[in-house]
Design a protein around this ligand. Structure first.
Ligand SMILES: [Zn+2]
Length: 219
């Protein structure tokens, strides 16, 4: 028992990695593509506030490759996510697959300045993906739509997206492919809400519906 306790304490107090490495790009809204690719390697002790997730004090999630863990669930592609969330994400993917979901593509950890204000035609801030705290699921069947009505509820049918414009990914047609689509009451979104306490990008209340995306707040 004491030995078990000692093991648990040792794991909890695991020292941080020596280095922080990551590959970063910046999204150009002018060129409509990622630009300024570079590789960063620095002492872990020198990571800045911007390189830590907003919930870092609770999760320890950072932009560093060293803080990511591979999740590999039978029937789904493997994916890199923040170590803190890896066990829950593993459970959610398993639950979704057992409930009949089909997951062909997953994108988790991905470091880019893809959000926030635009300066000189480029985005300036990191989204949740940069910290391994978001997944894009089956993007070819769950597109990102813009120019939707503000505060529109999560769509239930493709007809409800008629006023939006698809920007990234494939058309969302849950009527035709229910097993591969994310929906408010479907297996994938329900599993992530229940087991990870994450939200669906279809529930955003700004003018974007990011139907492939789940994260701590859906953004
Ligand atoms: Zn995403």
């Amino acid at each position: 028992m004491l030995q078990l306790l000692a093991t648990v304490l040792a794991l909890t107090a695991a020292p941080p990695p020596a280095t922080c490495t990551y590959d970063i790009w910046t999204w150009s809204v002018v060129a409509h593509r990622a630009v300024d690719h570079r590789h960063v390697s620095k002492p872990y002790s020198e990571i800045t506030a911007e390189e830590k997730a907003s919930d870092w004090s609770a999760t320890g999630c950072t932009i560093c490759r060293e803080d990511q863990e591979t999740v590999a669930v039978a029937g789904t592609p493997s994916v890199l996510v923040c170590r803190h969330f890896a066990p829950q994400i593993r459970q959610a993917l398993q639950a979704a697959v057992e409930a009949g979901a089909r997951i062909d593509k997953l994108v988790g950890y991905r470091v880019g300045r893809s959000g926030g204000p635009i300066v000189n035609g480029k985005r300036t801030q990191y989204g949740w993906h940069a910290f391994g705290e978001a997944l894009d699921i089956n993007p070819d069947a769950n597109g990102l739509y813009g120019h939707c009505a503000r505060k529109a509820p999560a769509p239930r049918t493709s007809a409800e997206l008629a006023g939006c414009q698809r920007r990234i990914g494939g058309a969302w047609r849950p009527e035709d492919q229910p097993a591969r689509s994310l929906t408010a009451d479907g297996a994938i979104v329900a599993a992530f809400r229940r087991l990870v306490d994450w939200r669906w990008g279809g529930e955003r209340t700004d003018t974007t519906k990011d139907l492939m995306h789940v994260s701590p707040d859906g953004y």
